[in-house]
Design a protein around this ligand. Sequence first.
Ligand code: FAD
Length: 469
Amino acid sequence: MVLWSYLRAGAFTTLNVILNAATLGKYVWLEGRVGRGVFANWARRFRYTPEEFARPTNEEEIVDLVKRSGSVRVFGSAHSFNAGVVSGGTLVSLDNYSGLIHKDRAAKQITVKGGTRVRDVVELLLEEGWAFRALPSHDAQSIAGILSTDVHGTGRDWGFVSESVTRFKLVDGMGEVHECGPGDDLFRAAVGGIGAVGVISEVTVQGVERFTVEQRVETKDLSFVENNLDRLLAENDHLSLYLFPFTEKCRVNAWNRTSEVRSPLGDLKEFLKTSADALLAAWVGNLLAHSGLLEKFSPLMYGIELGSHLTMESNKAFNRTIYHLHQELEFTIPFEDTFEAVRRFIGLYEEMYPSGLPYTLFEMRFTPEGHDRTLIGAGRDRRCAWIDLVCTDSHGFERYYAAAEELVREIGARPHLGKYCEDFTDTDLAKLHGDTFTKFRSLVETHDPTNKFANEFTRRLFGSSPSPG
Ligand SMILES: Cc1cc2nc3c(=O)[nH]c(=O)nc-3n(C[C@H](O)[C@H](O)[C@H](O)COP(=O)(O)OP(=O)(O)OC[C@H]3O[C@@H](n4cnc5c(N)ncnc54)[C@H](O)[C@@H]3O)c2cc1C
């Protein structure tokens, strides 16, 4: 069992790297898709045959599907980590509803169809000399999927892709099409609402002038980072941390706008770096973890780590295309609790490690206060530290996550609903989000009165509304 899951994680990661390299970065094998009638999400954890599978090509077809189906779930690139993408009725892919609808050169805005992948939105912006203001760590997702889980990055003044969206269209459970802007409650219910109020069908993105980013990766002592976190965050446009079990070393990743020239062969170097990271995590880190040697080797591995320094086009600097096969359980805590909280999750891992756990790292990102574009997103309102428990998708991760979810609940952290989420319920979300959760529920009842968009996962998280009549 352990050997099989170790080999699986290594083989899937390797195949993804090879296919990506062979197609010059065009093909990412580890994406969600339907093949021969069977749906599989990116990590192949959710695999099933939907009763009906549809790929609408225009808005009328989406409206029609919603009107005639009793139960509908939509997926973008199925890069989420939970059963939100599982449908008991009709499963809809927006892959054939993708591409440009309109460009507004004066306003630097483009309107795209909901299934458009972020990497394609990036290309459409670049054609005009524009870019996203900032991006999260991956660009394979669909723009609508990104909004539906309120995807975040990290930044002193910036945190969420939804902040670069000026409006979108949403097809609700009665088949009505709504135009929503950031000031509308329906917009805020759809952002982070994992499809419960409707299908996001069209999105307008605000671009900025394209720019270059300096990406710097360094290894520091954890105590240094802990004592200087405020200064590090103030000095950098974007900052994230990687913490590891059994070591007091910490990897600091920083991204800053620059007018420096781009690094020669920067994209190639980035590909080699991210591929090496992925392969090492899947084959070496996970071997050490499963063979019980992580405790001994962790201080050594991270003690000698070399950093990197590259200057690239902004989207290349923010994104990693290649990852090892992994799972993520992520949540937010108030910024003030950053280190106290993350130490508890690392401590939990170290305590459970002798019973057999896979290779795991702890990613920390930061978002500013005042995020008001969502009702139930984990980064709502307050200044947040995000703790992401990144476990290799290999034997034992579920046991660690089950214990971690208990701890998440105990400390009152808010879960990211695009990530692993097996245990949380509507009672937890009501407690964590209070009035905004009540407002969200009421919008779900108004816009999906017959629970068409509900599945087992959303019923657990949001509760079931009584269907009329
Ligand atoms: C390697 C990797 C890196 C990641 N990096 C980050 C990161 O940096 N920051 C972060 O916050 N997350 C990150 N994630 C999580 C992921 O980006 C989000 O969960 C995102 O939702 C995935 O977009 P998608 O198009 O794949 O959505 P899917 O996984 O296809 O769908 C997500 C949810 O939204 C619903 N949905 C999809 N499309 C629509 C639509 N058109 N209308 C209404 N509902 C819809 C689905 O039913 C589902 O419940 C990462 C995931 C992976 C695998």
